[in-house]
Design a protein. Structure first.
Length: 283
């Protein structure tokens, strides 16, 4: 549909809305996106806010991550893989598998969702942290937190380390870690990497609903300082078997909290935290 056709459809379904109101909303969206998104695409976004369904027109553009909005089709994005989360299977009317990634572009980070056959690249180890990847023919959606994410379905393609892309133009993994000395209580989430200095045995505790949880603690150092790390439940059970003194540890999307007794800052690891343990990491 053309821009004018979308405007007319909104007006026909919402006669209480004026053309001037729609155009004013369009100008606001243009300002937000720096004029880099087509009017037709922005009007489809505005139409969706009015509950007006318009036919999706595919937009084949290689956009910067910061310019992405929900509702785009046939999108191509390139970025460096910062995190690869373990694949999951699902059942229901349709069964399949899904895997989530976090990539970093030249200007922002983006959550990428791989569906079904595309997950094979994760399971085989062909797609991994640190690589520059080009994702072609994806589509964008809004996640539960209101952020845009890129989905790769059956018509999508994935190019691992594409030959015509200069990898040094994309930020290195280590740039996404905050130095321990720079962690502050103003941060709600943090990415941090370092060496394990101490590991304390895991212990169990009783929750208010009488269920049992697990917690373990360790100390992480990185050359600028050290900080206690508190690891909860399934992550504690997992790391209790693998993490040792002098191991290298990378945490992505960990929580920063203040110990109520000592006032000391701590990094907390839960099910939403990506954890990588290795003999060597780029710190």
């Amino acid at each position: 549909m053309t821009a004018e056709e979308i405007i007319q459809q909104i007006l026909s379904e919402h006669p209480e809305t004026s053309r001037e109101q729609i155009l004013e909303s369009l100008e606001i969206e243009k300002d937000k996106t720096g004029g880099l998104i087509a009017e037709e695409t922005l009007l489809r976004l505005i139409a969706a806010r009015y509950g007006v369904e318009v036919v999706r027109k595919r937009v084949d553009r290689r956009l910067l991550i910061s310019h992405l909005i929900p509702g785009l089709g046939d999108v191509t994005v390139t970025g460096r893989v910062v995190v690869v989360y373990p694949p999951r299977t699902f059942t229901g009317e349709k069964s399949g598998k899904v895997a989530n990634l976090m990539i970093a572009g030249k200007d922002a980070t983006l959550n990428v969702v791989l569906w079904n056959d595309n997950v094979d690249l994760v399971e085989s180890g062909e797609l991994k942290t640190g690589q520059v990847i080009r994702f072609l023919h994806g589509y964008t959606r809004e996640d539960r937190k209101g952020k845009v994410e890129l989905h790769l379905g059956s018509k999508s393609q994935i190019e691992v380390n594409p030959q015509n892309v200069k990898a040094d133009k994309y930020p290195a993994i280590e740039k996404f870690a905050t130095k321990i000395s720079m962690i502050s209580k103003a941060q709600s989430n943090v990415n941090v990497a370092g060496t394990v200095k101490e590991v304390f045995p895991a212990s169990t505790f009783n929750r208010s609903d009488m269920s049992t949880g697990t917690v373990m603690r360790l100390t992480l150092v990185d050359g600028t300082g050290e900080i206690p790390v508190v690891i909860w439940n399934e992550k504690a059970e997992e790391l209790g078997k693998t993490v040792k003194v002098n191991a290298k540890l990378r945490l992505v999307n960990a929580k920063v909290k203040e110990n109520p007794s000592s006032g000391e800052l701590e990094v907390h690891v839960n099910s939403y935290t990506y954890v990588e343990v290795s003999e060597r990491l780029d710190l």
